[in-house]
Design a protein around this ligand. Structure first.
Ligand code: SF4
Length: 357
């Protein structure tokens, strides 16, 4: 599967970058660890995806025209990074949520990653966001055995044609996805919940069908079975020409569906046991100038990955920085030491502009 995706990515002239230990695991959304200051740690092993969903907020997959790099992270580096962050947070009930700017199922070392993370003290839950399309029954049984507690399965339509259309992929087969969900629920220790994206005007009539499917499959034994996401257009994401729902309208319609189908669709944070925990330290402030080495392409065209010249060797304190500069400067920039100014820092995700070019 990985080789097939690599071939497809080649055709779009994207570079697949293997992330080694020289690059910090915190600082970008494209790979590594994202910390939102709670007991849930997001783990992002790869940005590869075989689908091209028409609403994809991160513009992944073969049809993307705005990405020029994809990443695969060495599993040992990720496991060690998680160990450090869990230790730093010093809380008892950590959830590791494997997701990313791609489909985690494309990651070739997924079972090893789950096994490694499972052994870390205080990791209570391992969950994974997936569309299941890269898995078969054997792989799902291995992942369940390795320690996945919950698969958050993105199912956006039950009707096969509508599901194919939303996935932007001719070969997408919702029937097979449902078969795999049934297998997980009936034959493994893992739970499943559905996490559809509601794109108004495109899959309105599919939401009731997804709820009914969830009920008939008896998913969501420990968690609310359906967690509907609101379609929100993003800066780099693929846009659907539709009217965006306001948050008020979204929640009102969820409450209406709750009444009709006698199901909880607006979960409380207690349902998923999410609570505030110690955040990783903010290392750079906006406006701060940092000396870095540009090491690789960033995920989107006109972005580069940069590593500060001064590193501590600790995941808790080291950051990778995304530097915005023209893709035409690639040959000149990669490998260079430059000064950059931090222009954005949200949740320890750093964006900078170069000062020396
Ligand atoms: S929404 Fe998920 S599965 Fe679909 S293209 Fe984006 S990353 Fe891939």
């Amino acid at each position: 599967m990985l080789r097939e995706i690599e071939k497809r990515q080649d055709r779009t002239r994207r570079k697949i970058v293997r992330i080694s230990e020289q690059i910090p695991m915190v600082g970008t959304r494209a790979f590594g660890i994202v910390d939102m200051g709670t007991n849930v740690i997001e783990l992002r092993p790869t940005s590869l995806c075989p689908l091209s969903c028409i609403f994809c907020s991160v513009n992944a997959g073969p049809r993307s025209r705005v990405r020029w790099a994809e990443y695969i992270v060495d599993p040992d580096i990720l496991i060690e990074a998680v160990r450090e962050v869990v230790h730093y947070k010093n809380c008892k009930r950590v959830e590791i949520h494997i997701d990313g700017m791609g489909e985690p199922g494309t990651y070739p070392y997924l079972v090893e990653l789950v096994q490694g993370v499972r052994e870390i003290e205080n990791v209570q839950v391992i969950s994974m966001q997936t569309r299941l399309v890269t898995f078969n029954e054997r792989k799902l049984a291995e992942l369940a055995e390795a320690g996945v507690d919950r698969f958050n399965v993105s199912v956006d339509a039950v009707d096969p044609g509508r599901a194919r259309y939303l996935s932007g992929t001719e070969w997408y087969n919702i029937g097979r996805v449902i078969e795999l969900v049934r297998f997980v629920v009936e034959s493994t220790r893992s739970d499943v919940i559905f996490t559809p994206v509601w794109v108004p005007g495109i899959n309105d009539e599919e939401m009731p069908r997804i709820i009914e499917l969830a009920k008939s499959l008896k998913i969501g034994k420990k968690w609310p079975p359906v967690l509907i996401q609101k379609y929100v257009p993003h800066r780099h994401g693929r846009k659907v020409p539709t009217r965006e729902m306001s948050w008020n309208e979204f929640f009102r319609r969820l409450r209406e569906l709750e009444k009709v189908y006698n199901i909880k669709l607006v979960p409380s944070i207690e349902d998923f046991n999410i609570h505030k925990e110690r955040s990783l330290p903010i290392v750079y402030r906006r406006g701060e100038v940092v000396k870095v080495r540009i090491v690789e392409r960033g995920i989107f065209v006109n972005e580069y990955l940069a590593v500060p010249l001064k590193l501590s060797g600790s995941t808790v304190h080291d950051r990778v920085i995304t530097v915005i500069a023209s893709s035409k400067l690639e040959d000149l920039l990669i490998g260079q030491r430059v000064r950059v100014r931090i222009v954005e820092n949200r949740n320890n995700i750093y964006i900078a502009e170069p000062l020396d070019f």
